[in-house]
Design a protein around this ligand. Structure first.
Ligand code: PLP
Length: 388
C-alpha cells in the first residue's frame, strides 16, 4: 500500500497506539476524581498538554482540549462573536478556508454578522495588504488558515498578525486574530506572538481522530462553547478524552522533536513525485506553488482526465490519493473544489485535480511507483477519451 492522503488523516504512530492502550487499561480514571486513579489521569493530561504547548510554542495554560479541529474552529468563531457582540459584527476570512470555518461564518451571517471573504491569487495566497485594507473599527475577528489543505500554500500569517496589531494600536481596537493551523502543525512553524487563537487536530500528525486543541492567548477572553462540569478551566466542559489526549501528546512530542527529519522526508517525497510527473506526463497544471508551500501537499491537475477516475484507478494498485479535501466530499461543493475555483482554475482544471499528501513514511521507491502508475492512468483515460 502507498498512502498519499495524509492531509485527510494519518496512520497513528506505534508509540501513540501503545500510549493510548495503556491509558485505556491502566490510566482510566476520571481526571476530576480525587483518588489516586483520578490523579494519575490528571497528571497524564497535564503532561500531554505540556507536550502540545511545547510543540506549538505557547504555554500549557493557553491550550484547551476539544473534540476535533472543527470544534476548535467553531469555538473560536462563535466564542468571539458572543464575547464581542456589543463591539461589532464584522468578521474577515478568506474564500479558501475549510468548511469548519466557512459553515460557522454562514451561520453568523444569517444572524446578522457581516462576513468579508477575501479573494486569493492564482497561487492560492491571500495578501496581507488585502487583510489590512478590510479592517474596520467594527471588526471583531480575522480568521485565516495557516496552510491550505488543498493547495498546500502557506499564508502570510505573521505579516497579517503584524498588520492587525498595528491597526489595533492605531485605532484602539481589539480585533482578534485566529488561524486554523490544522494543516500546518508539524510541518511549518510560526511565531505565535501575533496570533490570538489557533486550531489544531491530532489525526493530521499521526495522533488519534476525534481530539483537537484550541490555543487561546493569555488575556484573550472568548465565551465557552460547551457548558457543564467546568473542565478545561471552565472553557470546555465535558470529561476529558484521556486516551486520545495522551495519544495527541505523544504524537505532538514526536512530531516536534523529530521535526527536521520528518519535514525533510516529506519534502523529498514531494519533490521526487513532482519532477517525475513533470517528466512523464504532459498537459498538467501544478496547483501547489513552488515557493511558500508546505512539504506535505502537492496538488496537480491532469487536464483532460477526471480526478475521481484517476483516484479509483490508482486505488486498484493500492495507491491512495485524494481529489481534494476529504471533508469537502461531504460539503456542498457544486462545481468542484471551492479552493481551486477561488484560485481561478478553469472547470477542466478543477475536474482533473489530484491531491497527493505526504508523511515521513513515504519513500523514494514509492514515489517512483506512483509516477509510473499516474502516467499510465492518465494516458489510458486520455486515450479512451473519457474526458470532455
Ligand atoms: N481545518 C482544516 C484546514 C482541515 O484540513 C481539517 C480536516 O481536514 C479541519 C479543520 C477539521 O479537523 P477535524 O477533522 O479534526 O475536525
Amino acid at each position: 500500500m502507498i498512502y498519499l492522503d495524509n492531509s485527510a488523516t494519518t496512520r497513528q504512530y506505534d508509540e501513540v497506539n501503545s500510549a493510548m492502550l495503556s491509558a485505556m487499561t491502566d490510566t482510566f480514571g476520571n481526571p476530576s476524581s480525587l483518588h489516586r486513579l483520578g490523579l494519575a489521569s490528571e497528571k497524564a493530561v497535564k503532561a500531554a498538554r505540556a507536550d502540545i504547548a511545547d510543540a506549538i510554542g505557547v504555554s500549557p495554560a493557553e491550550v484547551y482540549f476539544t473534540a476535533c479541529g472543527t470544534e476548535s474552529d467553531n469555538t473560536a468563531l462563535f466564542g468571539t462573536a458572543r464575547a464581542k457582540r456589543r463591539t461589532g459584527k464584522r468578521i474577515i476570512t478568506t474564500k479558501v478556508e475549510h468548511p469548519a470555518i466557512l459553515e460557522p461564518c454562514k451561520r453568523l451571517e444569517s444572524e446578522g454578522y457581516e462576513i468579508v471573504r477575501l479573494d486569493v491569487d492564482g497561487e492560492g495566497f491571500v495578501s496581507a495588504d488585502a487583510v489590512a485594507d478590510a479592517l474596520k473599527e467594527d471588526t471583531v475577528l480575522v480568521s485565516i488558515m495557516a496552510v491550505n489543505n488543498e493547495s498546500g500554500c502557506i499564508m502570510p500569517i505573521e505579516e497579517i498578525g503584524r498588520r492587525i496589531r498595528a491597526y489595533n494600536k492605531d485605532h484602539g481596537t481589539g480585533i482578534l486574530f485566529h488561524s486554523d493551523m490544522v494543516q500546518s502543525f508539524g510541518k511549518v512553524r510560526f511565531n505565535m506572538d501575533l496570533i490570538d487563537m489557533a486550531s489544531f487536530s491530532a489525526h493530521k500528525i499521526h495522533g488519534p481522530k476525534g481530539i483537537g486543541a484550541l490555543y487561546v492567548k493569555k488575556g484573550v477572553n472568548i465565551e465557552p462553547f460547551l457548558l457543564g462540569g467546568g473542565q478545561e478551566q471552565h472553557f470546555r466542559s465535558g470529561t476529558e478524552n484521556v486516551p486520545s489526549i495522551i495519544g495527541f501528546g505523544t504524537a505532538a512530542r514526536k512530531s516536534s522533536s523529530e521535526f527536521e527529519r520528518r519535514t525533510k522526508a516529506m519534502e523529498n517525497a514531494k519533490q521526487r513525485l513532482l519532477s517525475g510527473i513533470k517528466d512523464r506526463v504532459d498537459i498538467i497544471r501544478v496547483n501547489t506553488p513552488d515557493h511558500d508551500s508546505a512539504c506535505s501537499v502537492l496538488n496537480i491537475s491532469f487536464i483532460g482526465t477526471r480526478g475521481e477516475v484517476i483516484l479509483h484507478t490508482l486505488e486498484q494498485s493500492e495507491i491512495y490519493v485524494s481529489t481534494g479535501s476529504a471533508c469537502s466530499s461531504n460539503h456542498s461543493s457544486k462545481g468542484g473544489s471551492h479552493v481551486l475555483r477561488a484560485m481561478g482554475l478553469k472547470p477542466n482544471e478543477v475536474e482533473g485535480a489530484i491531491r497527493f499528501s505526504f508523511s515521513e513514511f513515504n519513500t523514494a521507491e514509492e514515489m517512483d511507483t506512483v509516477i509510473e502508475a499516474v502516467a499510465a492512468a492518465v494516458e489510458k483515460f486520455r486515450k479512451l477519451g473519457s474526458f470532455r
